[in-house]
Design a protein around this ligand. Structure first.
Ligand SMILES: C[S@@+](CC[C@H](N)C(=O)[O-])C[C@H]1O[C@@H](n2cnc3c(N)ncnc32)[C@H](O)[C@@H]1O
Length: 280
């Protein structure tokens, strides 16, 4: 067994540390070439100790059996990665009705005739959890994600899902566009998808921020999508039937636009901007 590599805090603040086991090295090299970051090969090493690094300044993207985002520092929480398999909700949605789920109602699935599916554009894919639910409900989902590290997590999750009998039919309906939705929307025609779904990062207040320690590393990487208001106009143009915006409970309306409908849950809400009904 090789020695554990201790990483010294010698790389620039905010620079992503990209760590790869030998069989993922090529992929990690390609990532660094396109997106930057400092590459560390684990060839001959059994692992990496990131405890010397400062948690607020650095992060690591690990290319191992899965690709994961790892916080650093002495008490770093667990890694964040995308796993579409083993999701109890997906199992339930695949085998039961599911149209009563809040997100299903928010996108309007309860208004669509039986046997018809919806095309949904998820303009802020993140870790793909909402897209997965929508795909499990039968929607065809085009996901847009602009952060290169998050895209790696998604690509890796989608790749592993192709080998899972349990979920491969669901993820086959999920298509990742490695682009910023605001920029990419210029090439999209008016009303070219049934529903646009948005869930930009919003600065959470302390209570909810404590919910999952692992998610802090994700938030640290993404920041808080300061340009989120710009998502609204292209979303409304491209959607045929409605735009659905997922918001924390106390967040203001996206782009100051008052929704036509609202659905409120325990921790958050869906703001719904309707256009044509699903009959037309
Ligand atoms: C709160 S997360 C979304 C979580 C997601 N709904 C889920 O279920 O995992 C927001 C994500 O949207 C991405 N994002 C924000 N603005 C974007 C844009 N204009 N185009 C593409 N992705 C964007 C961010 O990089 C981040 O990964």
């Amino acid at each position: 067994m090789g020695q554990v590599l201790k990483v010294q805090p010698s790389f620039a603040q905010d620079e992503l540390l990209v760590i790869a086991v030998p069989h993922r090295l090529k992929q990690a090299e390609n990532f660094v070439q396109s997106n930057g970051g400092q590459l560390i090969s684990l060839k001959g090493k059994s692992g990496v100790d990131l405890s010397l690094l400062e948690p607020d300044k650095h992060q690591a993207l690990l290319f191992d059996d899965a690709v994961s985002l790892q916080a650093v520092g002495p008490k770093a929480p667990g890694a964040v990665f995308v796993s579409f398999e083993g999701n109890a909700m997906v199992h339930r949605l695949k085998h039961g009705g599911g149209k009563g789920e809040q997100v299903a109602k928010a996108v309007g699935l309860n208004r669509v005739a039986a046997g018809h599916s919806l095309s949904v554009l998820d303009g802020t894919a993140g870790l793909g959890r909402d897209s997965l639910i929508l795909a499990a409900l039968g929607c065809r989902v085009d996901m847009y994600e602009r952060n290169p590290a998050v895209r790696q997590l998604l690509l890796d999750g989608l790749d592993r899902a192709t080998m899972s009998l349990e979920v491969m039919d669901v993820t086959a309906r999920m298509n990742l566009h490695e682009e910023d939705f605001i920029a990419a929307s210029q090439a999209l025609e008016d009303e070219s998808v049934d529903v646009v779904y948005l869930d930009p990062m919003f600065p959470e207040r302390s209570k909810s921020a404590l919910v999952k320690k692992e998610m802090r590393v994700f938030k640290q990487l993404i920041g808080c999508d300061d340009d989120a208001d710009q998502l609204f106009e292209p979303a409304f143009r491209v959607a045929k039937h409605r735009v659905v915006v997922k918001r924390p409970k106390s967040a203001p309306f996206l782009a100051g636009q008052t929704p036509s409908l609202q659905m409120k849950g325990k921790s958050g809400r869906f703001d719904i901007y309707t256009k044509k009904g699903f009959g037309g």
